[in-house]
Design a protein around this ligand. Structure first.
Ligand SMILES: NC(=O)c1ccc[n+]([C@@H]2O[C@H](COP(=O)([O-])OP(=O)(O)OC[C@H]3O[C@@H](n4cnc5c(N)ncnc54)[C@H](OP(=O)(O)O)[C@@H]3O)[C@@H](O)[C@H]2O)c1
Length: 352
């Protein structure tokens, strides 16, 4: 933790509730701390007292005006969080007072294929998110979290966790003996490693340092290629599969690494692009002469989330947490995440 003074300078409690509100395009100065009166849930709404929230790459993109959906000025940021249900609006049946819950990334995508209309309603972008004492949820977006997880872990699932779950398991998980490659070691990639192992795949990872390689092995990677030592990592990955290539790729970097992911892929492989880092050069032929399926997905539905949570509970699996910051130091958490040194989730916790 930095020695810098905290952002607020005094602790928060229920009588002195505060929220961060985001004014985009102003960097960390755009994160204002304001009093937050306790909201009253309306019909179909659930009031949650927040215990923890976590930062994703999209939250930096929203701050920087680089996300496809612009942040509404003054929105409470962060899509990921966990808390306890405090009160219910009329007609609510999907939650009870005292439940420990989180919420979906998209406010209204319950099941089925993703539609553009659903993508336009997001917590922490144009609906208030989790960096606050209270969050008011529509009951359709409420998701109960696995009991075995700490609050920090349960606050780490919504974005990277569900995206990785959908990437690894949809439309079908890796088959017996198949190899899945992850590219990058951000939070989405770490979940993908864990979920691929859960399904019995052989997991090969590409990362950027010996230290990260060691940590990837510790969470279940069978083989790791260090791109700082092996820039042509696609060749090394093919060699690890006897020259055939991998059947599945979860590319959590983006168009910057897609050509190498395609080159590492087996005939008929499935490549799922999660990452949003742009291409370094125009892609003349994205398939590079190979026969593969390339798809780009955005997180997942509530049904995907609930399925993932059942799997987490059954396997007692835990998200990788890098570091926790107190609510007062939320800007420091953003700064730390942006600096790129984290391995795992960066979490902001609130005192009771
Ligand atoms: N589509 C979705 O639903 C979804 C969900 C979550 C995240 N995302 C996106 O996925 C990406 C990863 O997000 P995140 O939060 O997991 O991680 P992150 O903190 O943004 O980390 C990205 C990682 O990618 C690697 N990397 C960066 N530039 C690279 C390059 N040029 N070549 C190879 N590797 C590179 C680095 O890992 P190494 O040091 O190990 O190489 C870095 O740690 C972001 O673009 C994010 O917006 C998308």
């Amino acid at each position: 933790m930095s020695d810098e003074p905290t952002d607020i300078g005094k602790p928060t409690d229920l009588d002195d509730a505060l929220a961060y509100r985001l004014d985009p395009l102003r960097g960390l100065d755009g994160l204002r701390v304001v009093p937050q009166p306790r909201p009253t849930p309306g019909p179909g709404q659930v009031l949650v007292r927040v215990r923890a929230a976590s930062v994703n790459r999209r939250d930096l993109m929203l701050m920087d005006g680089e996300y496809p959906l612009p942040a509404t000025p003054g929105v409470v940021p962060l899509s990921d969080g966990v808390g306890e249900v405090l009160a219910l609006g009329p007609g609510v049946t999907r939650a009870a007072v005292g439940d420990r819950v989180t919420a979906t990334y998209y406010q209204r995508w319950v099941a089925g294929p993703q539609r553009l209309a659903a993508v336009r309603e997001q917590h922490g972008a144009n609906h208030d998110g989790w960096l606050a004492r209270y969050v008011l949820l529509e009951e359709e977006s409420v998701v109960h979290v696995p009991d075995h997880l700490t609050d920090a872990e349960a606050a780490s699932l919504t974005c990277a966790g569900v995206a990785a779950w959908a990437a690894v398991t949809k439309p079908a998980p890796p088959g017996p003996g198949e190899t899945l490659l992850t590219v990058g070691s951000g939070t989405a990639a770490l979940f993908a490693v864990q979920f691929a192992r859960m399904h019995g795949a052989r997991v090969v990872c590409v990362t950027s340092s010996p230290e990260k390689a060691k940590r990837l092995r510790a969470i279940g990677a069978d083989e790791v290629v260090d791109r700082s030592e092996t820039p042509d990592w696609q060749v090394a990955v093919r060699e690890l599969t006897g020259g055939d290539g991998v059947e599945h790729v979860v590319d959590a970097v983006g168009l910057a690494t897609l050509p190498q992911s395609v080159a590492a892929a087996a005939y008929n492989a499935r490549i799922t692009l999660l990452g949003a880092f742009p291409a370094v050069a125009p892609l003349a032929d994205p398939f590079a002469g190979n026969y593969v399926s390339i798809r780009r997905i955005a997180v997942g539905s509530r049904t995907d989330f609930e399925e993932m949570n059942r799997a987490l509970a059954a396997h007692r699996l835990r998200p990788v947490i890098d570091r926790e910051f107190p609510f007062e130091a939320a800007r420091e958490a953003y700064r730390y995440f942006r600096d790129g040194g984290a391995f795992g989730k960066v979490v902001v916790t609130l005192r009771d």
